[in-house]
Design a protein around this ligand. Structure first.
Ligand code: UD1
Length: 429
């Protein structure tokens, strides 16, 4: 298995192009199942999760083509994928595939909406606490879907099609909102989603669905209204920038010091995290097509943070921020309110010399002057990149094992950091 070796201590200086968002690309690709015409997605990141979803879609009968290089494109420009679900032959998503990535469960929505049936394995994915699908299924039931569980599979049926309904989520759920939104586009009548997730990825999905002929209002707010249509058609859509990748590199620069421009991204997608970085002592400015982050010399101030649904501080940046706070001049408290058990990075950060104590749903981080390189293990996607951030500022060498977690969500990580001066290499085998 590959590992990543980082020799800490170097500042980051230069330009990092931000990729298309994994968390937008996955629902967008899933939405291809809603139409028999071609959906062309641009700026799709080259990630293991994208490839896995292509396999899952392929298993349903979806063809895909990935276009070749075009003038001006580099290996990191993002790929253009055309998805063609005109001949879906199988509405079952099997355990072997779905158990490896939670988001693949979402195929249940377009399958049931377009074909009136779906059989989808209960999901897997990152081991970050229990991640149930009860709210997704309840939303579908509200829209007239009959749900049974059989041998680890969710069996959904709606012989007469879906009907519009009021879907009120008791807690904010991104997956629930994606599923309800996709299903509602082909339901008969109007669906109102209350307490919808306001994450930019939901708005990106809605924008693509609208290009496909869906009638949607309010995406990006907590109340989305969808008027169902009889069919959707093909469209071309460019995946939004990855706000989590943006925030991750912003935190890396705050950690090491230096001056980096994050290109092809937008500050408005991660305002709360950027504000926190400024409180910590980093300078953050918007540029024409991105964000400049720099920090020179000054120490890191400790800041308390609580994760929240958008526009709050994202849970997907919690581990990275904790890495940053391990070197703050004082104690910070980081509270995780979205996922239980999302603190598996704590013990690995401790191997580098971090002082962190858990207190219920919070981590108390006592900043230390020095981190020291050590062998560590990536445990989940965001946790593993927190180890990268810590390693960049640790003395000596850190080997990060199990980097397949990183490959699920960070495109060309070593190349992007390496070009900015980080001493980072991938060791195969
Ligand atoms: C998505 C993101 C993930 C991010 C998370 C929160 C993708 C592919 N993944 O995950 O990176 O960390 O949003 O921003 O986009 N819940 C239930 N029942 C359900 C569904 C969810 O109790 O049926 C709970 C979850 O356990 C969690 C909370 O709701 O505590 C939020 O989950 P949700 O927003 O659905 O996260 P995901 O969509 O899985």
């Amino acid at each position: 298995m590959d590992r990543i070796r980082i020799k800490g201590g170097a500042e980051l200086n230069g330009v990092i192009p931000i990729s298309g968002a994994k968390n937008a690309a996955l629902p967008l690709m899933t939405a291809s199942l809603l139409t028999g015409e071609t959906l062309e997605l641009r700026n799709v990141p080259r990630l293991a999760d994208v490839n896995l979803l292509l396999r899952i879609l392929g298993n349903h009968g979806v063809d895909h083509t990935i276009t070749g290089k075009r003038p001006g494109q580099t290996a990191e420009t993002g790929q253009t994928i055309r998805l063609d679900a005109s001949s879906v032959i199988d509405t079952c998503a099997p355990y072997e595939l779905v158990s490896r990535m939670r988001a693949s469960f979402w195929v249940i929505a377009p399958l049931i909406a377009r074909f009136g049936e779906a059989r989808v394995s209960m999901p897997g994915g990152c081991a970050i606490g229990t991640r149930p699908v009860d709210l997704l299924l309840k939303a579908l039931e509200t829209m007239g879907v009959q749900i049974d569980v059989d041998g680890g599979y969710v069996v959904a049926k709606a012989a007469k099609g879906l009907r519009g309904a009021e879907v009120r989520f008791p807690k904010v759920t991104v997956s629930g909102t994606h599923v309800a939104l996709m299903a509602a586009t082909l339901a008969e009548g109007t669906t109102v989603i209350e307490n919808a997730a306001r994450e930019p990825e939901v708005a990106d999905l809605a924008s693509c669905l609208t290009k496909m002929g869906a009638k949607i209002e309010g995406a990006g707010t907590s109340r989305i209204v969808i008027d169902g249509v009889a069919r959707l058609h093909g469209a071309t859509h460019s995946v939004m920038p990855d706000r989590i990748e943006t925030g991750t590199y912003a935190m890396a620069v705050a950690m090491t010091g230096g001056d980096v421009v994050l290109e092809n991204t937008r500050a408005e997608y991660l305002q709360s995290a950027l504000e926190v970085l400024q409180q910590v002592g980093a300078s953050v400015e918007g540029t024409k097509d991105g964000i400049r982050v720099h920090r020179n010399g000054s120490g890191l101030r400790p800041v308390d943070v609580t994760t929240d649904p958008f526009p709050g501080f994202p849970t997907d940046l919690q581990a990275q921020f904790m890495a940053l706070m391990t070197k703050a001049e004082g104690t910070s408290r980081i509270r995780e309110t979205i996922f239980e058990n999302r603190f598996m990075h704590v013990q690995e950060l401790a191997r580098l010399g971090a002082r962190i104590r858990l207190d219920g749903d919070a981590a108390i981080v006592e900043g230390v002057e020095r981190l020291k390189g050590a062998p560590v293990m990536a445990t989940d996607l965001r946790a593993s990149v927190s180890l990268v951030i810590a390693a960049l500022a640790a003395e000596g060498e850190t080997d990060i094992h199990r980097v397949y977690h990183l490959d699920r969500g960070f495109e060309a990580l070593e190349a992007k950091l390496g070009r900015c001066g980080a001493q980072i290499e991938r060791i195969s085998g």
